[in-house]
Design a binder for this molecule. Structure first.
Ligand code: CA
Length: 233
């Protein structure tokens, strides 16, 4: 499950991200509305957590823009505005749920699980390229017809998911870095390269007929190998 967390308060965002990671969610952080929209165009999210007080755009206007791009995306508003009028405004604007700060991490997680259980939420989604399948809920990659998972670490799986979600289009390296590492975390410049290298090797070793291509200076893209039969469905 991948969450877009839109929150400009760095420490709070880091705290939420940590808690959600511990609950097996992958979290992309955006501190500004413009970053959030850029992320939203490149990555398919299961749910959005939206702080209403952002530096560059009114939260409810951003909600409108997100809804215009994906009417079905579950959105949970997170804000310190406790007035009932704001709640009603947020829910009228198309938020699915509303949580006021301060809140308990457990409550946020419970509410996210409730949102994701709703009909229309992307549960049980499997991404496919060539004979490679990635169950994004079980967090497992395997070849079609095989029960043997490809042995990938959490970060390797995250790299693979980002590439497969792009469906043959380039995944920009800076967005992949953002997704993999929290703000302030030490990040050597070749971390994504190293992860991609490992994923490539493991896919080759497992017999996957999908290839990760490097697009110099931009990022990576993944395609099914032309010479191999592409998996049906
Ligand atoms: Ca804020």
């Amino acid at each position: 499950m991948r969450i877009l967390l839109i929150e400009d308060h760095t420490r709070l965002a880091g705290f939420i991200r940590k808690g959600l990671n511990a609950a097996q969610f992958d979290v992309d952080l955006a501190a500004k509305g413009s970053d959030a929209l850029e992320n939203f165009e490149c990555v398919r999210y299961d749910v959005v957590i939206l702080d209403l007080g952002l530096p560059d755009i009114e939260g409810l206007d951003l909600l409108d823009e997100l809804r215009a791009k994906d009417p079905a995306i579950p959105v949970l508003i997170l804000t310190s505005r406790v007035q009932l009028a704001d709640k009603i405004q947020g829910l009228n604007a198309g938020a699915d749920d509303y949580l006021t700060k301060p809140f308990a991490m457990e409550e946020l997680i419970a509410r996210l699980h409730a949102l994701l259980r709703r009909p229309g939420a992307a549960l049980g989604e499997t991404l496919k390229i060539g004979n490679l399948e990635l169950d994004v809920v079980a967090r497992e990659a395997r070849l079609a017809g095989s029960n043997q998972p490809v042995p990938l670490s959490r970060r390797e799986l995250s790299v693979l998911e980002q590439l497969m979600r792009r469906g043959g289009k380039v995944a920009p390296k800076h967005l992949m870095e953002q997704s993999l590492y929290g703000a302030g975390e030490d990040l050597s410049s070749n971390s994504v390269e190293v992860l991609v290298h490992r994923v490539r090797k493991k896919l080759t070793d497992s017999g996957a007929n999908a290839t990760i291509h490097t697009v110099r200076g931009i990022g990576y893209l993944m395609t099914a190998d032309e010479e191999s039969p592409i998996g049906s469905s």
